[in-house]
Design a binder for this molecule. Structure first.
Ligand code: MG
Length: 242
């Protein structure tokens, strides 16, 4: 899909008339970290006798670790895993993940963030990530963009995506209504969460899933990459933010 068709094929009439903020997911949107998460999940689950193909990990992106383990456990054994074993599997997954080099920022992400900042828009992070020192990392790659009080992380939420909770909390922190913000998401369950929160959602398909995996969850617009979104943003904003 080229950028032009991405714009023309939209339901973009739902784009906020008074856009004040953009809520960003992190993994697979700002950082190209999903390939490492997928490999780490596949290896960790295999170690405990579970089959979770790498590509399937992208379908579950956004779920808590426990939810991911139990989905596969139910499928394979018909019962959920014990709390203890779930923690063990998640620990192994984290260790595998940490063996990989730090994920690179997604091409186009910094350019897009700088455009939004220059337009005076608020920029928020809504992530299921529970990494410590997340703000330091973000500030290193995206200087002067993010603020601690405008971040929702694993430490803030109870349910996580696909529950709308993280995005509702993001709007609360940013003092926003759904009519004043948009979301940028790469994961089907992230799109589901954002739409359940009533927010216009731009999907960026940065992984191996078919576009329909994102569109079927209700994504309002789809771009093939963050670079494509960044390149098209000026025209997109001027066209729809009337
Ligand atoms: Mg993501």
């Amino acid at each position: 899909m080229n950028q032009q068709s991405a714009i023309n094929n939209t339901k973009a009439q739902g784009f906020p008339q008074r856009l004040r903020a953009v809520l960003f997911d992190m993994d697979g949107v700002l950082y190209n970290s999903m390939p490492y998460h997928a490999k780490a999940w596949h290896r960790a689950m295999a170690q405990f006798g579970y089959d979770l193909p790498e590509d399937e990990v992208y379908m579950h992106e956004g779920r808590t670790g426990a939810s991911t383990v139990n989905l596969v456990s139910m499928r394979q054994r018909g019962v959920e895993e014990s709390e203890e074993r779930i923690q063990e599997i998640y620990q192994v997954k984290s260790e595998f993940f940490n063996e990989y080099p730090p994920a690179d920022p997604m091409p186009g992400a910094l350019e897009l963030l700088q455009q939004l900042k220059a337009q005076g828009l608020k920029i928020l992070i809504v992530t299921g990530s529970g990494q410590r020192s997340l703000l330091d990392k973000l500030n290193h790659h995206f200087p002067d963009i993010f603020r601690r009080e405008l971040m929702v992380t694993a430490f803030d939420v109870k349910y996580g995506k696909p529950n709308p909770e993280p995005y509702l909390m993001g709007m609360q922190k940013g003092e926003l209504t759904p009519e004043e913000c948009i979301v940028v998401e790469n994961a089907p369950l992230g799109v589901r969460a954002a739409k359940a929160a009533g927010i216009f959602t731009i999907a960026v398909n940065t992984g191996p899933l078919p576009n329909d995996a994102l569109l079927d969850e209700g994504a309002d617009v789809l771009f093939p990459s963050m670079q494509a979104l960044s390149d098209a943003w000026g025209e997109f904003y001027n066209t729809y933010n009337k």
